[in-house]
Ligand binder design. Structure first.
Ligand SMILES: [Zn+2]
Ligand SMILES: [Zn+2]
Length: 257
Protein backbone atom coordinates (compact mmCIF):
# COMPACT_ATOMS: atom_id res chain seq x y z
CA UNK A 1 0.00 0.00 0.00
CA UNK A 2 1.33 3.39 -0.94
CA UNK A 3 -0.11 6.86 -1.00
CA UNK A 4 1.45 9.30 -3.45
CA UNK A 5 0.78 12.96 -2.80
CA UNK A 6 1.65 16.18 -4.59
CA UNK A 7 0.37 19.69 -4.06
CA UNK A 8 -0.05 20.99 -7.61
CA UNK A 9 -0.87 24.51 -6.40
CA UNK A 10 -1.73 26.16 -3.12
CA UNK A 11 -2.86 29.74 -2.48
CA UNK A 12 -5.55 32.26 -3.28
CA UNK A 13 -4.86 32.03 -7.03
CA UNK A 14 -5.67 28.34 -7.18
CA UNK A 15 -5.57 25.07 -5.29
CA UNK A 16 -5.27 21.49 -6.42
CA UNK A 17 -3.76 18.35 -4.90
CA UNK A 18 -2.97 15.04 -6.52
CA UNK A 19 -3.44 11.87 -4.44
CA UNK A 20 -2.94 8.32 -5.65
CA UNK A 21 -3.18 4.88 -4.08
CA UNK A 22 -2.74 1.54 -5.84
CA UNK A 23 -6.47 1.67 -6.61
CA UNK A 24 -7.31 5.26 -7.46
CA UNK A 25 -5.95 8.58 -8.71
CA UNK A 26 -7.72 11.68 -7.49
CA UNK A 27 -7.57 15.41 -7.52
CA UNK A 28 -8.63 17.31 -4.44
CA UNK A 29 -9.97 20.62 -5.78
CA UNK A 30 -9.44 21.97 -9.28
CA UNK A 31 -8.74 25.66 -8.80
CA UNK A 32 -6.45 26.19 -11.79
CA UNK A 33 -7.47 26.15 -15.44
CA UNK A 34 -7.86 22.65 -16.83
CA UNK A 35 -4.89 23.28 -19.11
CA UNK A 36 -2.70 24.34 -16.20
CA UNK A 37 -3.74 21.30 -14.17
CA UNK A 38 -2.79 19.08 -17.12
CA UNK A 39 0.58 20.82 -17.32
CA UNK A 40 1.34 20.45 -13.65
CA UNK A 41 0.31 16.80 -13.66
CA UNK A 42 2.65 16.28 -16.58
CA UNK A 43 5.45 17.87 -14.56
CA UNK A 44 5.05 15.16 -11.90
CA UNK A 45 4.72 12.40 -14.50
CA UNK A 46 0.97 11.89 -14.35
CA UNK A 47 -1.42 11.97 -17.30
CA UNK A 48 -4.74 13.72 -16.75
CA UNK A 49 -6.33 10.85 -18.72
CA UNK A 50 -5.42 8.55 -15.84
CA UNK A 51 -7.38 10.49 -13.21
CA UNK A 52 -10.42 8.74 -11.74
CA UNK A 53 -12.27 11.51 -9.89
CA UNK A 54 -12.21 14.98 -8.32
CA UNK A 55 -13.15 15.78 -4.73
CA UNK A 56 -14.17 19.37 -3.95
CA UNK A 57 -13.72 20.96 -0.51
CA UNK A 58 -15.78 24.13 -1.11
CA UNK A 59 -17.08 26.37 -3.87
CA UNK A 60 -14.63 29.27 -3.74
CA UNK A 61 -13.15 30.05 -7.14
CA UNK A 62 -9.61 29.25 -6.10
CA UNK A 63 -10.81 25.65 -5.60
CA UNK A 64 -13.12 25.13 -8.59
CA UNK A 65 -12.10 27.40 -11.45
CA UNK A 66 -10.98 24.53 -13.71
CA UNK A 67 -13.50 22.00 -12.47
CA UNK A 68 -16.06 22.28 -15.28
CA UNK A 69 -13.73 21.83 -18.27
CA UNK A 70 -11.52 19.27 -16.52
CA UNK A 71 -14.35 17.02 -15.35
CA UNK A 72 -16.11 17.19 -18.73
CA UNK A 73 -12.94 16.59 -20.74
CA UNK A 74 -11.97 13.48 -18.80
CA UNK A 75 -15.45 12.38 -17.68
CA UNK A 76 -14.48 12.57 -14.06
CA UNK A 77 -17.04 12.03 -11.33
CA UNK A 78 -17.08 14.98 -8.92
CA UNK A 79 -17.46 14.24 -5.21
CA UNK A 80 -18.86 17.16 -3.20
CA UNK A 81 -21.54 17.92 -0.65
CA UNK A 82 -24.94 19.28 -1.60
CA UNK A 83 -24.47 22.85 -0.37
CA UNK A 84 -21.20 23.15 -2.26
CA UNK A 85 -22.85 21.78 -5.38
CA UNK A 86 -25.70 24.31 -5.12
CA UNK A 87 -23.34 27.21 -4.63
CA UNK A 88 -20.83 26.51 -7.39
CA UNK A 89 -20.07 29.60 -9.46
CA UNK A 90 -21.91 29.70 -12.82
CA UNK A 91 -18.65 29.48 -14.72
CA UNK A 92 -18.31 25.81 -13.62
CA UNK A 93 -21.19 24.97 -15.94
CA UNK A 94 -23.02 21.68 -16.06
CA UNK A 95 -21.48 18.77 -14.20
CA UNK A 96 -22.73 15.50 -15.59
CA UNK A 97 -21.49 13.13 -12.90
CA UNK A 98 -21.79 14.40 -9.32
CA UNK A 99 -21.57 12.15 -6.30
CA UNK A 100 -22.81 13.87 -3.17
CA UNK A 101 -21.18 13.11 0.16
CA UNK A 102 -22.38 14.19 3.58
CA UNK A 103 -20.08 16.27 5.75
CA UNK A 104 -19.13 14.19 8.78
CA UNK A 105 -19.62 10.86 7.03
CA UNK A 106 -16.78 8.82 5.56
CA UNK A 107 -16.97 7.50 2.05
CA UNK A 108 -14.69 5.37 -0.06
CA UNK A 109 -13.33 5.77 -3.54
CA UNK A 110 -11.76 2.41 -4.40
CA UNK A 111 -9.13 1.72 -1.70
CA UNK A 112 -9.13 5.24 -0.26
CA UNK A 113 -11.37 6.16 2.67
CA UNK A 114 -12.17 9.85 2.76
CA UNK A 115 -13.60 11.66 5.75
CA UNK A 116 -14.93 15.18 5.17
CA UNK A 117 -15.17 17.30 8.34
CA UNK A 118 -16.59 20.81 8.82
CA UNK A 119 -14.39 23.86 8.71
CA UNK A 120 -15.13 27.37 9.93
CA UNK A 121 -14.86 29.35 6.68
CA UNK A 122 -17.12 31.66 4.69
CA UNK A 123 -18.42 29.11 2.20
CA UNK A 124 -21.67 27.10 2.09
CA UNK A 125 -20.40 23.87 3.70
CA UNK A 126 -16.59 23.84 3.54
CA UNK A 127 -14.69 20.71 4.53
CA UNK A 128 -11.26 19.52 5.48
CA UNK A 129 -10.41 15.95 4.60
CA UNK A 130 -8.62 12.96 5.96
CA UNK A 131 -7.57 10.27 3.52
CA UNK A 132 -6.81 6.78 4.75
CA UNK A 133 -5.26 3.88 2.88
CA UNK A 134 -3.92 1.01 4.97
CA UNK A 135 -1.63 2.48 7.64
CA UNK A 136 -1.35 5.84 5.94
CA UNK A 137 -3.49 8.74 7.04
CA UNK A 138 -3.18 12.12 5.36
CA UNK A 139 -4.87 15.30 6.62
CA UNK A 140 -5.80 18.23 4.40
CA UNK A 141 -6.82 21.36 6.23
CA UNK A 142 -6.79 24.72 4.48
CA UNK A 143 -9.36 27.53 4.30
CA UNK A 144 -10.40 27.86 7.93
CA UNK A 145 -10.59 30.81 10.28
CA UNK A 146 -10.56 28.83 13.47
CA UNK A 147 -9.07 25.50 14.44
CA UNK A 148 -12.01 23.96 16.28
CA UNK A 149 -11.82 20.89 18.51
CA UNK A 150 -13.48 18.95 15.72
CA UNK A 151 -10.61 19.86 13.41
CA UNK A 152 -8.04 18.88 16.02
CA UNK A 153 -9.82 15.60 16.57
CA UNK A 154 -9.73 14.65 12.92
CA UNK A 155 -6.11 15.61 12.35
CA UNK A 156 -4.79 13.23 15.02
CA UNK A 157 -2.54 10.38 13.93
CA UNK A 158 -1.78 11.58 10.43
CA UNK A 159 1.53 10.74 8.77
CA UNK A 160 1.30 13.72 6.44
CA UNK A 161 -0.48 17.00 7.00
CA UNK A 162 -1.23 19.88 4.66
CA UNK A 163 -2.00 22.83 6.92
CA UNK A 164 -2.96 26.35 6.03
CA UNK A 165 -0.61 29.11 7.20
CA UNK A 166 -2.21 31.99 5.34
CA UNK A 167 -0.74 35.17 6.74
CA UNK A 168 1.63 36.81 9.13
CA UNK A 169 -0.56 38.96 11.38
CA UNK A 170 1.90 41.87 11.31
CA UNK A 171 2.16 41.85 7.53
CA UNK A 172 -1.61 41.63 7.12
CA UNK A 173 -2.22 44.45 9.59
CA UNK A 174 0.30 46.77 7.99
CA UNK A 175 -0.37 45.56 4.44
CA UNK A 176 -2.34 47.10 1.57
CA UNK A 177 -5.66 45.24 1.91
CA UNK A 178 -8.76 47.31 2.71
CA UNK A 179 -9.91 47.14 6.30
CA UNK A 180 -12.97 45.01 5.48
CA UNK A 181 -10.88 42.37 3.76
CA UNK A 182 -8.39 42.31 6.64
CA UNK A 183 -11.35 41.76 8.97
CA UNK A 184 -12.64 38.94 6.81
CA UNK A 185 -9.29 37.17 6.74
CA UNK A 186 -8.79 37.49 10.50
CA UNK A 187 -12.35 36.42 11.36
CA UNK A 188 -13.33 32.96 12.58
CA UNK A 189 -14.54 32.17 9.07
CA UNK A 190 -11.45 33.49 7.29
CA UNK A 191 -7.95 32.01 7.22
CA UNK A 192 -5.39 30.81 9.78
CA UNK A 193 -2.32 32.91 10.49
CA UNK A 194 1.13 31.36 10.83
CA UNK A 195 0.80 31.43 14.62
CA UNK A 196 -2.68 29.89 14.64
CA UNK A 197 -1.50 27.20 12.29
CA UNK A 198 1.50 26.41 14.49
CA UNK A 199 -0.80 26.19 17.52
CA UNK A 200 -3.03 23.78 15.64
CA UNK A 201 -0.01 21.69 14.70
CA UNK A 202 1.17 21.62 18.31
CA UNK A 203 -2.19 20.23 19.34
CA UNK A 204 -2.23 17.41 16.79
CA UNK A 205 1.44 16.40 16.95
CA UNK A 206 2.09 12.77 17.61
CA UNK A 207 4.47 9.94 16.88
CA UNK A 208 2.87 9.09 13.57
CA UNK A 209 3.47 12.51 12.04
CA UNK A 210 6.41 12.58 9.63
CA UNK A 211 5.79 15.46 7.30
CA UNK A 212 4.01 18.78 7.30
CA UNK A 213 3.32 20.90 4.26
CA UNK A 214 2.24 24.44 4.96
CA UNK A 215 0.06 25.93 2.31
CA UNK A 216 -2.46 28.53 1.13
CA UNK A 217 0.13 31.22 1.92
CA UNK A 218 -0.90 34.73 0.99
CA UNK A 219 1.50 36.20 -1.55
CA UNK A 220 0.82 39.67 -0.13
CA UNK A 221 0.66 39.00 3.60
CA UNK A 222 3.15 36.19 4.09
CA UNK A 223 6.50 34.86 2.88
CA UNK A 224 7.64 31.24 2.79
CA UNK A 225 10.60 32.19 4.98
CA UNK A 226 8.39 33.95 7.53
CA UNK A 227 6.02 30.99 7.69
CA UNK A 228 8.87 28.49 8.05
CA UNK A 229 10.37 30.57 10.87
CA UNK A 230 7.08 30.43 12.73
CA UNK A 231 7.32 26.63 12.68
CA UNK A 232 11.05 26.31 13.34
CA UNK A 233 10.86 25.33 16.99
CA UNK A 234 8.20 22.68 16.65
CA UNK A 235 9.96 21.33 13.58
CA UNK A 236 13.20 20.78 15.52
CA UNK A 237 11.51 19.44 18.61
CA UNK A 238 9.71 16.76 16.61
CA UNK A 239 12.22 16.34 13.77
CA UNK A 240 9.52 16.93 11.23
CA UNK A 241 10.05 17.31 7.54
CA UNK A 242 8.53 20.67 6.75
CA UNK A 243 7.95 22.31 3.40
CA UNK A 244 5.95 25.14 1.90
CA UNK A 245 3.52 24.43 -0.93
CA UNK A 246 3.89 26.79 -3.86
CA UNK A 247 1.30 28.70 -5.82
CA UNK A 248 3.34 28.43 -8.98
CA UNK A 249 4.74 24.93 -9.25
CA UNK A 250 3.87 21.43 -8.17
CA UNK A 251 5.65 19.83 -5.23
CA UNK A 252 7.59 16.66 -5.86
CA UNK A 253 5.58 13.51 -5.30
CA UNK A 254 5.69 12.47 -1.68
CA UNK A 255 5.33 8.71 -1.33
CA UNK A 256 4.07 7.23 1.92
CA UNK A 257 4.91 3.54 1.79
ZN1 LIG B 1 -8.85 28.84 -0.80
ZN1 LIG C 1 -11.99 29.40 0.59
Amino acid sequence: MTVNFSVLASGSKGNSIYVATPGVRLLIDAGLSAREIERRLERIGVRAEDLDAVVITHEHRDHVSGLGPLSRRYRLPVFLNRATRRNLPDQVGRLTDCVEFTTGRSFSVADLTIHPFSLSHDAADPVGLTLVNGESKVGICTDLGKATRLVQHHLQECRLLLLEANHDVGMLTKGPYPWSLKQRIRSASGHLSNEESRELLARVLGDTLERVIIGHLSEVNNRPKTALEAFAEVRHAWSLQLMVASQHEPSEIIALP
